[in-house]
Design a protein around this ligand. Structure first.
Ligand code: FAD
Length: 440
């Protein structure tokens, strides 16, 4: 193995949504693309784990149609079956109310008075007319405190903001993310879980001619001079000679590959990045104790619950798959045991009796949902690194922490498209002469 050499135009490190999308765009543009994924399966955080007919996503996952990522999936011809959830509720002081998430539920809900409903509609109209990026430098808390005077509405919108941004600390989180996500009304639960998207992407990438290698961990970037990458070394010792390299991995993983002075500015940026983590408790049940409470926002604690199996095909007939999550404060170390107890208690409140019909549970403590927390201090999404590494001509980046478009998977897909297009536009640099004479 030690001296084996793989030669390719573009080496992509990371086989999640970003890596697979970028591979497809580049291969369609006629480039020879090889993708390296360290685990034995593709998909990264979008992968789904199957257990006796229950399709567990890697924690709670919903695709928001109409966002930048939608365009990418459409362009690449990715297909999936889905259902839109209905019957969203608010939970406060031990009782459930209909959540005002559509015209009919605004009219119907008993959570808001008529005057509050009018104020909410006015606020929502204002949000629709606001460019989210204009609020990048404000925190979600500042925005809410300024725009929402009514305490009842404030409590509800703060719960929406925490849930949509995945972050319990609204003083840190940029208002841009909340404003961008609160208007995305076409929420989709995917039949078979997000693995369906991964598999469709994988098919498109392979059809385009990309080579997808799993069980292949990149351990080092091979540098030629200060400003040029000549490839990647794999953990098993193989060398990959590439004319361009794209890292489609998290900042923490990227940091492990970057050694050398020319990366120093990027290393410093990566080392300072703070992720957004959540605690997830997912349960497969043989039946659903309280079908009338399918989806609930907790207005008093940073918790949310959804029974995806009531809408999408993610459980066997009669069974139920429930995802719960607790939004955490990125500034606090937290206590995973307490988080797990909080989520169990949340299930007790919404789905009493769940313990007696439990088939399987998966608890994911402090899992990285978003690789970079977009703070008001850093200007919101504009504060994320760009797709090209400054000072290194042929190194590109993609992922949920790259570029100024979108959030969560949306950002992974949008940055993959942007990085691929930039590389296509720049064209591949000539092969390194030393490597060429080596016959690679
Ligand atoms: C709990 C949770 C809930 C979420 N909910 C939503 C949601 O509702 N909606 C939404 O849009 N998004 C959601 N997301 C985010 C979404 O899953 C991610 O944004 C997206 O899957 C990230 O894709 P990626 O390709 O950028 O990164 P990843 O999925 O992290 O892929 C990176 C890949 O690189 C591989 N890798 C790392 N290092 C190396 C190396 N050295 N060599 C080779 N391979 C390597 C990893 O194994 C991984 O497969 C959620 C995420 C989590 C964790």
């Amino acid at each position: 193995m030690e001296n084996d050499i793989i030669s390719t135009d573009v080496a992509i490190v990371g086989g999640g949504l970003a890596g697979l999308s970028a591979a497809t765009y580049l291969a369609r543009a006629g480039m020879d693309v090889t993708l390296f994924e360290k685990s034995n399966h593709l998909g990264g955080r979008a992968a789904t784990q199957e257990h006796k007919g229950y399709a567990f996503n890697h924690g709670i996952h919903a695709f928001c149609y109409g966002s930048t990522g939608t365009r990418v999936l459409r362009e690449l011809g990715v297909t999936y079956r889905y259902q839109n959830p209905r019957g969203v509720q608010l939970y406060a002081q031990g009782r459930f109310s209909s959540a005002p998430v559509s015209a009919s539920t605004i009219l119907r809900t008993d959570f808001l008075t008529t005057a509050e409903k009018m104020e909410f509609v006015g606020l929502f109209t204002k949000i629709i007319c606001t460019k989210p990026a204009s609020a990048g430098g404000q925190s979600a808390r500042e925005w809410l405190d300024r725009e929402v005077r009514n305490p009842h509405l404030h409590q509800m919108l703060a719960a929406f903001a925490r849930t949509l941004t995945y972050c319990a600390n609204l003083d840190l989180m940029s208002a841009e993310v909340f404003l961008q996500r609160v208007v995305l009304s076409d929420v989709r639960y995917i039949d078979g879980g997000w693995q369906s998207i991964v598999e469709s992407l994988q098919t498109r990438a392979t059809e385009a001619g990309a080579h997808l290698l799993s069980g292949a961990r990149a351990s080092e970037l091979l540098q030629h001079g200060e400003h040029h990458i000549e490839g990647v070394r794999l953990a098993d010792g193989r060398r990959v000679a590439a004319r361009a390299v794209m890292l489609a991995i998290t900042p923490a993983e990227a940091l492990k590959l970057l050694d050398g002075e020319s990366y120093e500015p990027l290393r410093q940026t990566l080392a300072a990045i703070r992720p957004v983590r959540v605690a997830c408790l997912d349960v497969a049940l043989s039946c659903l104790p309280a079908p009338q409470h399918a989806i609930a926002f907790d207005l008093e604690q940073p918790r949310f619950l959804t029974t995806q199996s009531l809408f999408a095909r993610v459980a066997p007939a009669g069974g139920a798959l429930i995802h719960t999550f607790k939004q955490l404060d990125p500034a606090q170390p937290g206590d995973p045991h307490q988080d797990e107890r909080d989520l169990e208690e949340w299930l007790d409140q919404v789905q009493p009796g769940w313990r007696a019909v439990l088939v399987k549970r998966i608890f994911l403590p402090r899992i990285e949902a978003i690789s970079l927390l977009p703070t008001a201090h850093s200007g919101g999404l504009a504060g994320r690194p760009g797709v090209q590494v400054p000072g290194v001509s042929n190194l590109y980046l993609a992922g949920d922490w790259i570029g100024n478009a979108g959030y969560l998977a949306d950002a992974s897909l949008a940055s993959a498209r942007q990085a691929a297009h930039l590389l296509i536009q720049h064209g591949l640099p000539a092969p390194h002469p030393q490597l060429a004479t080596d016959g690679i």
